[in-house]
Structures are given as C-alpha cells and as structure tokens.
Design a protein around this ligand. Structure first.
Ligand code: ZN
Ligand code: FE
Length: 754
C-alpha cells in the first residue's frame, strides 16, 4: 500500500440502519471496494471507520447510499476524512465491532417490513423447517414496529418474547454468517406463533388455512389477523361478497382496496408503470391508487372511481392465502368510523355481532401498535400519501432539534413527537368525533411517549375550539402554542423541504379554523415557519348548518347559488333562512366549493364519506380529460382585498348546464378554472412580494388532475413549487406542520421553557 495516499474516513449514518441487515451489507461493500476498517452500531447510528485510497473511499460511500438494503432508510449521513501520516497503522481487514452501549440515544425503530423473496423461497421448500410457515421472517423482513414493546429492538422487548427459540432457530440466531443472525422475529414450524381457525363452532389449529381458503372461495367473509390489525377479506370478483362487506362495515360507497396475489394478477386489472410497481413491491407495501382496466373485479369495489387501490401480499400468511384465491378485498376489520381492530377478543366480538363473517384466521402473536395500511398515489410522478401508516410509521423525518408534541387536528388525526433531530408522526387515528377514536388516540399517544421517551417542552395544537385536540391541549401541562390550521399545512411542506420562507402558501382544504373565527379553506398565505399573513383567499360564502352540514352537498350548492344571485331557483323557505343567516357560518373553503359544484352538476349530492362529492367531481373531470379534450376556464373575479369570487363561475355553470352541456365537460372546466385562478393569484402575490416559491398543501391537493395542472402552470411561469412527500397533504400532515412551527418558536426563544 502507498502509505502517503491512504485516507481514513469516519462515516456516520442515521436512519433505519439497525435490525435491517445494514452492518453485513457494509462489510460486503467494503470488501468489494478494497476498504479496510470497522463498522458498529452506536448511539442510534451506524459508525464506520474506513481506510483506503481517496477514490476507493468515494466509491465505497456512494455504494453505501446507492445499494443499501431495501428495508433500510438513510435519514442523515456524514463523514470526516483525513490523510494518514507516514507510519500510521492501518487495519488489514474489515470487520464488525460489538455495539456501543446506547446512552439516552434513540435507535430509530424500523417500520414493519414485507416478507422478503428469500423467505418466500424457503417457505416453498417442502424439505425445509419453515415449509408453509405463515410467520417466516429474517433480518431483512417481518414485523418490527407493530410488535415492539420497548426500545432497543430486541426479542425480549417484542411480542415474540413469549415464543422461546427451538435449537435450530437458536443456532441460526447466533450464527454470524446466517441470514437470521440476530433476527428477532425468527421462528419455524417447531417454534413460534401458531395459526388458528375460529368460527361459530369454536377453534381449531387443524387445516386453519385451508378452511379460510374454502370459505373465501365460496364467497364468504373471513377476518384475517395481519400486521397492524385485522383485515376483513372477501372475493373481490363476487358482487354479493362485496355487498356483504359493505353492509358489515356500514360503508356505503367508499372504495375498497384490493390485494392481488402477485404482480401479474395485479397488472391484469390495473395500469402500473415502473415507478408504481417499485412502490407496490417496496418493503412498506402500501396500497397504491392505480388506473383500473376492465376486469373481473366487481363494480361495487370501487364505485365510480377510475382507480383501484391495489396492493400486494406482505405477510407470509397473505401469500399462502392469495396463492389459491382470486384478488381479495382486504379492508380493515371495524365499523367504518371506528379504529382498526387489533385485539383477538375484539375481533371475536365483531364476528359475533356480524353473522356474515364466517370465521377468523388468527394467531397468538399480539399486535402492540395497531395501524392501517398506508395509501398512496402518484401525482406529477411522485408518490404522495393519502394515509401514512403501516410500513412507514415510525420512520422519522429530519427536523430541527427540540422536544415538542404536536396534537394535530380533528379529522384523520395524527400527532407528532419530535426529539434528537427527528419528527415522528404517529399512524393515522381517524376522526376524533367518536369515543372509540379519541380513546385510541390517547392510548397511542401514551404508547409512543413511552417508546420514544421524549419529554415535550412545548405542545402545539389547532386552536379550533371544537376540536378534541384543542381540549386535550388545555389539559396537558406546560406551555402551549396554537398553530392555525392552514399555517400548519404550509409549514408541513416547508419543514419537509428545508424551506425557511417566506413562501406563497396555497392551502386548499375542506375546513379549518381561521384567525378571524370563520371557516377557512381556500387560502393564499405569505408564510415563514413562525408566522403567516393571509394575502388572498376565496370570498367567504354563508353556509348553513356549520361543520355539521358538510355531508349535504346539495344544501351547500344552494348556499352558493344564493350567493351567486340565483335565489329565484331556490325554495323560498330556504331563501328566508339564508337571508336570516340562521345557524350559518362564513366559509372560504375550496373543498366546500368542490362539493357545491359536484352537487350542482348532479354528480354527487351527498357525501357518505369525507371528500366523496369532491372526489366524484374529480372522477367526472378525469373521464373527460382522458378523452384528450381541452376545457376553457369559466369566469371568476379577483376582487378587492384579493378576494377570489367564484360567483361568476357558479352562474356560468348554472347557465351552461341549463343549455344541456355535459356535466363531465363542466367538471373538467371547473378544475381548469381553479388551476388558472391559482396561477393568477400567485402571479399577483409575486408582483406584490417578489416571492417565487409556492407551497401547495391541504386535502384538495390530493386531487391529481388539479394538482398536476397547478404545478405545470406555476412551473411554466418560473415558480418553484413544493408539495408534501413525507406526510399527507390532508389533515394527516397537520401535526408535522405544527411541530415545525413549534420547533422554530422554541429556537427563537419565545418560550421560557426552551
Ligand atoms: Zn426474510
Ligand atoms: Fe386541512
């Protein structure tokens, strides 16, 4: 070796790098690039001391980034490098050092990982010890967070603690060269959890899987214990099975997700490009919204949606089931407005209450952190969260240092804890308007606080007086920081992309409490991380019934008609109520405008689930857009104080509908109008402020057609456009935004606690 040209790099890597086979990977890469040195787990990170020539080290480091094991996630990485002095000693090999004692340092726990290909091969081997084992796993795969009692991630701290290792598994667990070396979930057909079939006649461990397959094949409903909770499964190709599912769940119209046995079964029913396929196959295995092809999937699964929420099996048990069955609807086992069921006794109680559920495929490994499957869709080529849950939680998002608790909003509730430079958003915990969901929120909060052991020094919350979270904030000790709903939306984007502001924040959603006490939701904010100013918004319209009338889009439409001077077509009694503003609120919500237009066009007049009317308006527009036709925007006005008035648009829709124009064409024209409006208002604000950076957030930006059009118009005028990638643009992202604002406030020292 040429000593004068040998360097030492000290590399540290933070993220999900423990319990995912990272150290053996580092050893392989080091050997490939002729690097000597050591690797060890330390302080929640992986530390590498690497010796070699400059180019060798560069190649080694880039290989670490480029070829890292699929389940790992590098959140931060850094190195210091120095040239060795003559005569300095250099190690002659690369090896793993024992882990350094963790001192008050959090090891980021891994999210749950889909079963890997190697394990699937082994599961198919009739001569192996894990032939058809529904719990097969290794260092690279298997449940993680969902079975984690406490940190560090060690078998004794998981729900595998109750299953002693047999001699074979013990040997593999302790053998450095085995792929199950220190795999905390290791088990085989002689040890580990047991599968069981439970029906109305009782329990059995005999042919449990075969029974479930028979029932599903004949159109019955079966509860299946999964990773984050129970699924309720049904043959997706049988109308009567899907209808029974809707009845049991009291879920009228919201589309169901479909699990396909493998990629070729999926591609027979859905359009999926390379990026979509990679996401479907990633260790997180989210549900991905894909364009549907004509297929045998029953129409009741997705209703009018042109998409299917598709996903692939991620547990060995799901692989065993789907190998013999057509695609299955796999929906969470629960009543549609309640938390996912994760405890065996609750699943049995549900089954007893619903005779349509024939039986339950259960096992004796407890689920400690219930969570739903994640749901994503591609917008402008980038995966966007609709729901962030299994497979992603508890992955941390890099933020400023500091301990805060952000409580989130009311709908799609998520809280976020921060510490040691990361934000940890919880899984999505539903709308906090049922006792059960509030209870689930509180128990998840205390579980995450125990796990992460952060002591929050500031509590951030949404000041909406009616939110369960704002009441909870009042009860919690210590300083509190109210963060307005739409500022939180925009701050969530700034936090993700490291933007300090000021930016033009476009926050479009259904509802949020504004600074003036009215309902906001069509907002243009000039915002930094600490503060915001509302520089433009939709003109407020008086809506009847307040937040409670959100479902009745036909009533919302009447309010917009009245506002637009079309009172002559309305019920005189209603007009009188509107004149008196009985139980009315002023709302600048973009989501409500979408609802109103959907109802006016006769596309959807009542929402049976959140956002239904707006989504169906989107589907209608998409149908028209797919035919490659263009739409002329409808009229609207930018009035005094930068208030955007859509009354001219409502009048135009009314008139053109009366002339017999297609509601689909008008739905598309409405989307185009909103997109052009965003561009014009942003240009106007840029003129006034010089700001060329736009952040888009809020539930309306889950609408792919609108969002892609807005991005292309804004980028065409030279704006830098940022959106949510790490958290959902909807209210599931609110708490992360609140945390970003709170961390900034603490840094500024506005709080004596900090
Ligand atoms: Zn595996
Ligand atoms: Fe919102």
């Amino acid at each position: 070796m040429d000593w004068a040209k040998t360097f030492q790099s000290l590399i540290w890597i933070e993220g999900i790098v423990q319990g995912v086979g990272f150290r053996p990977f580092v050893v392989r890469m080091a050997r490939r690039h002729g690097i000597c040195g050591t690797v060890q787990n330390a302080q929640g990170a992986v530390r590498i001391s690497a010796f070699g020539p400059e180019e060798g080290l560069d190649a080694f480091i880039s290989a670490l980034e480029m070829e890292k094991p699929a389940p790992s996630h590098i959140a931060r990485m850094g190195q210091t490098r120095r040239e060795l002095a003559a005569g300095e000693e250099v190690p002659d090999s690369f090896r793993i050092l024992p882990s350094l004692q963790e001192e008050n340092r959090l090891v980021m726990p891994s999210p749950d990982l889909a079963v890997c290909d190697e394990c699937l091969l082994e599961m198919a081997d009739p001569s192996g010890p894990r032939y058809r084992n529904p719990f097969i796993s290794c260092t690279h795969c298997g449940p993680r967070f969902s079975i984690l009692k406490s940190i560090p991630y060690d078998r004794r701290n998981t729900s595998m603690a109750d299953f002693p290792l047999c001699p074979l598994c013990q040997r593999e667990y302790t053998n450095q060269d085995n792929r199950r070396f220190h795999a905390q979930t290791v088990c085989c057909n002689d040890c580990g959890p047991r599968l069981q079939w439970v029906d109305r006649e009782g329990k059995t461990t005999q042919k449990a899987l075969e029974r479930a397959i028979d029932i599903l094949a004949s159109g019955g409903l079966v509860a299946v214990k999964g990773i984050g909770g129970y699924h309720l499964a049904a043959d997706a190709t049988r109308e009567e099975a899907v209808m029974a599912l809707r009845e049991v769940k009291a879920r009228e119209a919201k589309p169901f997700a479909v699990m396909f046995g493998d990629m070729s079964a999926l591609l027979a029913c859905c359009h999926a490009g390379e990026a979509e396929q990679a996401l479907l196959l990633s260790p997180a295995r989210p549900i991905v919204l894909l364009g549907k092809k004509p297929s045998a999937i029953a129409p009741q699964v997705c209703g009018p949606s042109p998409d299917i929420g598709a996903f692939l099996p991620y547990t060995p048990l799901q692989h065993l089931l789907l190998a013999h069955l057509p695609p299955l609807v796999m929906t969470s086992l629960n009543h549609s407005s309640l938390p996912i069921i994760a405890r065996d006794e609750d699943a049995l109680a549900f089954m007893e209450a619903h005779p349509q559920v024939v039986g339950s495929l259960v096992h004796d490994r407890p689920i400690l952190h219930p969570q739903d499957d994640s749901v994503m869709l591609f917008i402008a080529g980038k995966p966007t969260f609709l729901r962030r849950g299994r497979g992603y939680v508890p992955q941390g998002i890099p933020v400023k240092d500091g301990n805060v608790l952000a409580l989130g909003g009311q709908e799609k509730s998520v809280f976020t804890l921060t510490g040691q430079g990361y934000a940890y958003p919880s899984t999505e915990l539903g709308d906090l308007d049922t006792v059960e969901n509030v209870a689930q929120y509180c128990s998840t909060l205390s579980a995450m606080e125990d796990l992460l052991a952060f002591a929050p020094r500031l509590v951030a919350y949404d000041p909406h007086p009616g939110y369960a979270t704002s009441r909870l904030a009042r009860e919690l000790p210590g300083p509190k920081l109210p963060v307005y709903h739409h500022h939180a939306h925009i701050a969530s984007v700034m936090g993700e992309h490291g933007l300090m502001g000021p930016v033009i924040g476009v926050a479009f959603d259904g509802t949020g409490y504004g600074e003036d006490g009215t309902i906001w939701g069509g907002e243009f904010l000039i915002a930094d991380r600490r503060s915001f100013r509302r520089d433009a918004s939709l003109k407020p319209v008086w809506l009847l019934g307040g937040d409670a009338s959100v479902r009745r889009a036909s009533l919302t439409a009447d309010c917009y008609r009245y506002d637009a001077g079309l009172a002559q077509d309305l019920d005189p009694l209603l007009v009188r109520v509107l004149e008196l503003r009985v139980n009315a609120v002023a709302s600048s919500s973009m989501g409500r405008l979408f609802d109103a237009v959907s109802a006016m066009l006769g596309i959807c007049t009542t929402s049976t689930y959140g956002g239904q009317c707006a989504m169906e308006l989107n589907y209608a527009a998409q149908t028209f857009a797919q035919e490659g036709r263009l739409a002329e925007p409808l009229p609207w006005e930018l009035g005094a104080e930068s208030q955007v008035d859509f009354a001219p648009c409502i009048r135009a829709l009314h008139a053109r509908l009366g002339q017999g124009e297609s509601p689909f064409a008008l739905a598309y024209a409405f989307h185009e109008t909103v997109a052009r409006m965003v561009l014009r208002v942003c240009l106007h604000l840029q003129e006034q402020t010089g700001i060329k950076t736009v952040c888009l957030s809020g539930g309306v930006f889950q609408n792919r057609l609108l969002t892609e059009r807005v991005i292309s118009l804004l980028e065409g005028e030279g704006f830098g456009v940022y959106r949510n990638q790490a958290v959902p643009p909807g209210d599931g992202g609110i708490s992360f935004g609140q945390a970003v604002v709170a961390l900034e406030a603490m840094k500024e020292g506005s709080f004596p606690c900090a």
